[in-house]
Design a binder for this molecule. Structure first.
Ligand code: FAD
Length: 410
């Protein structure tokens, strides 16, 4: 069969390779002058290509679409991804959190291997090729429009990616195509991104990182999300870092009002109260700035003391019971006014996409249009950091390429 794969990113390249391996006549169309531009910036240029975990553990890291992924992840899991690259001569290594990287620490190594496989499978690659539309007749995908010309194909794979980092070519074209063809697109939201904090509440703290802290996202009434204990940092617009990126994926559709930092997640309020009382007993002539400075990074101390409405020179044996209590409360629940997740342009992943109820989880074929396949980030699936998102791109790509549609059993 003649198959057009639109998008030369992680999912499109992998799909084209496996389609060709399975005997199809494949054309891979990429709007950029080179393939895999986004792939090259993954993992800070090192490409965290997958995560050395499969099954339940893998799915636990999928925020949206885990159930949908069961079948494709079974078919082509992270072990398959690792084997695939090793067979192409790529040496891999496993780091913290089972993250898999090329031993070279260069994303280019992964892209080179994919390009080698495209060549080995004789996939026709057309660069600088901006696909403008997908053609459908009588409920079947029949081709595409490129340079205002109609080109006929037996099947079309949409692999155009999400909305973030537009300069890599991921400008959301696939959402437009899919919508035009009758697919529902669920709300597109930024995920794995920083969080904005309002009212200049974090001004002056840019660059400061905090280890072993927790954050909670709250609306007026209740806690919506609580992070694990981990690392965060302050940015010029708010907060970021590992626990914040993860939080953003869970709260990006929620009515959050406040983000609270728990500076001492391993200690209870009572423990902190006793600790502070003991310090006061032992050295009551200390200033409050020195007390807070011993509990928090110095750059945070001033901001913290401002919240207490007392002078930083107050001696700690002059602190009222209420102020001491407030110190403990703030150490456990330091409030910041939530200003939303940062713009999707700069998010690692786009959450939302083609509604999964309209796509077959077995082979990624549209349930609305025969011969139309939708793979990768374009689907309403997103996962946490750790190599899971690229694995999703690969699993959905291979599931598509193995569809019975291509071997004439449909
Ligand atoms: C900064 C950053 C770091 C990341 N790091 C990691 C990581 O280390 N590990 C991980 O697992 N995930 C990571 N991700 C996520 C990962 O990059 C994506 O999950 C993955 O690239 C999605 O693959 P895709 O093929 O669906 O889309 P993309 O990789 O975005 O590819 C889509 C391709 O389609 C092309 N295209 C779009 N429209 C058209 C059109 N009309 N005609 C022709 N071509 C078109 C685009 O130019 C692009 O090349 C990272 C993302 C970012 C932004």
């Amino acid at each position: 069969m003649k198959v057009a794969v639109i998008g030369g990113g992680a999912s499109g390249i992998m799909c084209a390779i496996f389609l060709a391996k399975n005997g199809q006549d494949v054309v891979l169309l990429e709007k950029n002058s080179s393939l895999g531009k986004k792939l090259l910036i993954t993992g800070k240029g090192r490409c965290n290509v997958t995560n050395n975990t499969t099954g339940e553990e893998f799915l636990k890291n999928v925020v949206r679409g885990a159930k949908f992924l069961i079948s494709s992840e079974n078919k082509f899991n992270s072990s398959c991804t690792m084997q695939f690259f090793e067979d192409l001569g790529v040496k891999l290594k496993i780091e913290r959190g089972k993250r898999v990287f090329p031993e070279s620490d260069r994303a280019q190594t992964i892209l080179d291997a994919l390009i080698l496989a495209l060549k080995q499978q004789k996939v026709k690659v057309r660069l600088n090729c901006n696909v403008q539309d997908v053609l459908v007749k009588d409920g079947k995908a029949t081709g595409i429009v490129v340079n205002n010309n109609e080109e006929l194909f037996d099947a079309v794979v949409l692999a155009t990616g999400g909305l973030s980092y537009k300069t890599t070519g991921s400008t959301g074209d696939g959402y437009v195509f899919a919508k035009k063809l009758g697919h529902k697109i669920t709300e597109l939201r930024p995920a794995l991104n920083g969080i904005k904090i309002l009212n200049g509440e974090t001004a002056g703290l840019e660059g400061l990182s905090l280890k072993n802290v927790k954050i909670r996202a709250k609306n007026n009434k209740k806690c919506i999300y609580e992070s694990e204990i981990g690392e965060m940092l302050f940015t010029h617009v708010g907060i970021s870092g590992p626990i914040v990126l993860t939080a953003s994926s869970f709260i990006n559709r929620e009515d959050v009002k406040v983000i609270e930092i728990d500076f001492k997640p391993a200690l209870s309020v009572e423990f902190l109260q006793n600790k502070i009382n003991n310090i006061i007993k032992e050295n009551g002539a200390k200033r409050v700035s020195s007390l807070i400075g011993s509990l928090l990074p110095k750059t945070m101390a001033e901001m913290f003391i401002n919240k207490l409405n007392i002078s930083k020179d107050t001696l700690i044996n002059q602190l009222s019971k209420e102020t001491r209590q407030k110190i403990c409360t703030l150490l456990k629940n330091y409030p910041l006014t939530y200003g939303g997740v940062e713009d999707v342009m700069f998010s690692v992943i786009t959450s939302g996409g083609v509604d999964l109820s309209e796509v077959s989880p077995k082979d990624m074929q549209s349930k609305l249009i025969s011969g139309l396949f939708i793979i990768g980030e374009l689907l309403d699936i997103d996962a946490l950091t750790g190599g899971f998102n690229l694995q999703i791109a690969f699993s959905t790509a291979v599931a598509c390429a193995s569809s019975k549609f291509f071997i004439g059993e449909n």
